[in-house]
Design a protein around this ligand. Structure first.
Ligand code: NAP
Length: 349
């Protein structure tokens, strides 16, 4: 195994500590199930313009990782992730760690800064990140909590605020309330003064209440249109309820925000339901929407603020190291995880 530690001479600015030329990473060379992910030695990335290299302390696993590992639904391959094989063989997007090198045109960070946000290939000792997808790690937030927050947290934040336009006192239904996005959505909605009902599996209901839901509903026991009340806002993260059923749970002028949902088919992932919702919305008083999360500072900064002031606290439901990433992804796919899976990589020295 090559563990050479030659400093890279061409970096615009690098920390005194030498950056190794190779590193450990959880790598996949083809799409498939968890067995395609293996711990390998690969070349340490280099920063391009407006990018930084982060010495990764920790990362997080979310459903997006599963989609990029399997290449399913097939539509995501056409969205730039690689048609036959993954363009980026190192998985992982959530990141917390320390900047060790900056590329040209980076003014916001210097080597040594502790940061959180989104990187490319974060299941590795070093990851490259666009500087405008990182913020300084707030002093009040641990690397571990920061590492599991960004991808799921900004999705929940957008679903509730920009798209869902939630307000204090509103009744909000979060379908899929115990998972990555849902655990943040319940907490953020409650912090914004909404009255939250969360839908999840039976073994997750206590957790959903602990996130701030006034009511937790088992999806195997109760259909959403049998909960016994209507909602100003439905955040639809899982379960693939029909639009008809969801509309019955909304007030006459209520809003539906479709975030996601598995089992939508191998090709499009069920995007047809999103399109139908948006089209139907043109003809009804209810507002029916779907969105793709924007990975921008507009959301990463306020999310870091909510973590720093204690409004939200991520729930780490599972924990692994780099060698255990494949197993942890399999666990998320099969048994599910309450909140997020933390991937400990290395404490920044
Ligand atoms: N639009 C976007 O930009 C965007 C961004 C991020 C994620 N997503 C999508 O959002 C979805 C959720 O992601 P995630 O990371 O939160 O996944 P996750 O961590 O796996 O959580 C899934 C949640 O759904 C619940 N659930 C499972 N089956 C259900 C059913 N039949 N009815 C109601 N709830 C059910 C689970 O509850 P139990 O575990 O308690 O059974 C859990 O709370 C995925 O499809 C993902 O691709 C979309």
């Amino acid at each position: 195994m090559n563990t050479a530690t030659t400093a890279k001479p061409h970096l615009a600015e690098a920390i005194d500590e030498p950056i190794p030329t190779s590193m450990n990473a959880a790598v996949q060379h083809r799409y498939g199930n968890a067995e395609v992910v293996e711990l390998e030695r690969v070349a340490t990335p280099e920063p391009g313009p407006r990018q930084v290299i982060v010495h990764v302390a920790a990362s997080g696993i979310d459903r997006g990782v599963v989609h990029l590992m399997t290449g399913l639904p097939l539509l995501i391959r056409l969205a730039g992730f690689g048609v036959m094989r993954p363009k980026q063989p190192v998985l992982g997007a959530d990141v917390a760690g320390r900047v060790v090198a900056v590329g040209s045109g980076v003014g916001r960070f210097r080597p040594g800064d502790e940061v959180m946000g989104i990187a490319s290939g974060a299941f590795a000792e070093y990851a490259v990140a666009d500087a405008d997808k990182l913020v300084m790690l707030p002093a009040e937030v641990s690397m571990e909590h920061a590492a599991v927050s960004t991808i799921s947290g900004i999705t929940a934040l957008q679903a509730l605020t920009t798209v869902g336009r939630v307000g204090p006192g509103q009744r909000v239904l979060v379908i899929g309330a115990s998972g990555g996005v849902g655990s943040f959505a319940v907490q953020i909605a409650a912090a914004l003064g909404a009255e939250v009902t969360g839908v999840a599996g039976r073994s997750s209901l206590d957790a959903v209440r602990s996130f701030g839901a006034v009511r937790a509903v088992d999806y195997r026991q109760t259909r959403i249109d049998e909960i016994g009340q209507t909602f100003d806002l439905v955040i639809d993260i899982a379960g693939r309820n029909s639009l008809r059923r969801i509309r019955r749970t909304l007030t006459p002028t209520g809003t539906l925000v479709i975030v996601g949902g598995e089992d939508g088919g191998r090709v499009t992932g069920g995007i047809g339901r999103n399109v139908r919702a948006v089209l139907l919305s043109l003809f009804v008083r209810q507002r029916l929407t779907a969105f793709i999360s924007k990975e921008t500072l507009e959301y990463i900064e306020p999310l870091a603020g909510l973590l720093a002031d204690g409004s939200i606290t991520p729930h780490v439901g599972a924990h692994t190291d780099l060698a255990g990433v494949a197993h942890a992804i399999e666990q998320l796919e099969t048994t599910g995880v309450i909140g997020k899976t933390l991937v400990s990589v290395a404490g920044p020295s």
